[in-house]
Design a protein around this ligand. Structure first.
Ligand SMILES: [Zn+2]
Length: 473
């Protein structure tokens, strides 16, 4: 048996453990930075298996790294495990929260962490059986939903000594990324400080912090005309005073600035800070900036994407059973026809030109879909971007929910708590493990991925958007 066969055999034996782990984490949903149950569970399994555990990476108690092996290349496999607020849901096709208002795994990170852990253990098992050199690392990355985890881990240089990194995400299709990117972003809050006063009697003695926020947003709205059209700026006023008859002494506005490239975000961010300064001058208030987090766009590595795709094809896809299709159909019936059509359109856009709706499969995608060759920027942000600017990073998705399922929805929570999700998870673990072993066993593949990375980076080095010493909030 070669390394890949050994890894696949190991995963087959580990299937009950992986399924139970993913469903256990699903039953214990924890939002960003509170993932004590999930992180402890995964770390305990890895430690028991002989991995060395380091806790508290990036200053976060629920972030950890598990390492096994010596010598050879070091391959990192990224895992996530945070849930989303308000998406608690039973495995049913009607809205039925397990806990009203409670958190739920509406992005499938219960599968994400578990598949990556399983892949790391399968790589270890194959290398151990043959006494081969090679180092495999599982990255326990918390707080993906708030774009905090990997950015703080990257700032603290947790990925610097890797030769390559691999990641995946639950999706409605099976495919690897060979082109494309995501939006870089900065998330920051602006606090305005004024002077409280009786709004009827002595408003001339007050200075309104809320005026600061509103003038700032007017300024930002004028800025929109003079920035690149691909950029996005969104804001909410998180605190605007307490009563109309009190001049607000404190107000806060929270912004996201997003753009296709990191340097574009930095340029727009500087101009937004100037506007904050101007708004404070106009309103006679003072202000300070609370930087929440920032991330890079994804630098897609085609070599690693093609290798993942090749392994996905060799494994062959996912064998869903009739009950999976039936549950998938029931779930999809709860989604509007418009949502299904939008999802189908987006799925086809991310696939190769020859892929048709019929190729995607009815309800569930069992086949491996050829990826798009077009350089499309996904209209969201991920801190896998930061890792991808530090080491060559391969990314893939597997089908863990039906076509048409909206992201961050109760339908998604239900699907990833069912056997649809665990089957997709197993396919991800198999694809990640075999690709990691290719990178260890075929130095020429790793060299090609690195050369591509160096060429794409040019002279730019990774500079963390997060200040040294800053703590995740
Ligand atoms: Zn996610």
């Amino acid at each position: 048996m070669d390394h890949k066969q050994l890894a696949l055999k190991h995963l087959e034996q580990a299937r009950p453990l992986l399924d139970e782990t993913a469903l256990d984490i699903w039953r214990h949903p924890e939002i960003a930075l509170t993932e004590k149950y999930a992180s402890t569970k995964l770390a305990e399994i890895l430690e028991e298996d002989g991995f060395r555990i380091e806790w508290g990476i990036g200053g976060m108690p629920t972030a950890f790294i598990a390492t096994w092996g010596a010598g050879g290349p070091t391959i990192g496999i990224l895992g996530e495990y945070d849930a989303l607020p308000g998406l608690s849901q039973n495995v049913t096709a009607t809205r039925s929260p397990i806990q009203t208002g409670g958190a739920g795994h509406g992005c499938g990170h219960n599968l994400f962490g578990t598949a990556s852990m399983g892949a790391a253990m399968a790589v270890k098992s194959a290398l151990q059986v043959t006494s081969s050199p090679g180092t495999v690392r599982f990255y326990g990355c918390p707080a993906e939903e708030t774009l905090v985890g990997k950015t703080f881990m990257a700032r603290d240089r947790a990925f610097d000594d890797l030769d390559a990194a691999l990641a995946w995400h639950p999706s409605n299709v099976n495919t690897a990324a060979i082109t494309g990117s995501s939006l870089a972003m900065n998330s920051f809050k602006v606090n305005f400080h004024g002077i409280a006063a009786h709004a009827g009697a002595v408003p001339h003695l007050g200075r309104s912090a809320l005026d600061g926020c509103m003038l700032m947003d007017v300024g930002v709205n004028y800025l929109r005309e003079h920035i690149i059209p691909e950029a996005r700026i969104h804001s909410v006023i998180t605190s605007g005073g307490q009563a109309p008859n009190i001049v607000p002494a404190y107000a806060q506005i929270w912004y996201f600035v997003r753009a296709p490239k990191r340097h574009q975000v930095e340029d727009i961010y500087k101009r937004v800070l100037d506007i904050a300064h101007g708004a404070a001058l106009m309103s006679g208030t003072t202000h300070d900036i609370e930087f929440v987090t920032g991330c890079y766009d994804v630098l897609t590595n085609r070599t690693l994407g093609e290798l993942l795709q090749e392994n996905m094809k060799a494994i062959g896809g996912i064998a869903f059973d009739p009950q999976d299709y039936e549950f998938g159909r029931q779930l999809r019936a709860t989604v509007s026809a418009e949502m299904v059509a939008t999802s189908d359109k987006m799925t086809l856009e991310s696939a190769a030109a020859h892929v048709t709706l019929a190729d995607l499969g009815d309800v569930l995608c069992h086949a491996v879909i050829d990826p798009s060759d077009k350089d499309v920027v996904m209209p969201g942000s991920t801190e896998v971007g930061d890792v991808s600017h530090i080491v060559p990073t391969g990314n893939m998705v597997t089908a863990c929910f039906p076509h048409g399922t909206p992201g961050h929805s109760w339908q998604l929570t239900a699907a990833v708590g069912s056997s649809i999700g665990t089957k997709g998870m197993m396919f991800a673990a198999q694809s990640l493990a075999t690709t990691a072993l290719d990178l260890i066993d075929q130095p020429e593949q790793l060299a090609r991925a690195k050369a591509e990375f160096v060429a794409a980076k040019g002279s730019r080095t990774y500079v963390s958007p997060i200040a040294a010493g800053a703590k995740p909030s």
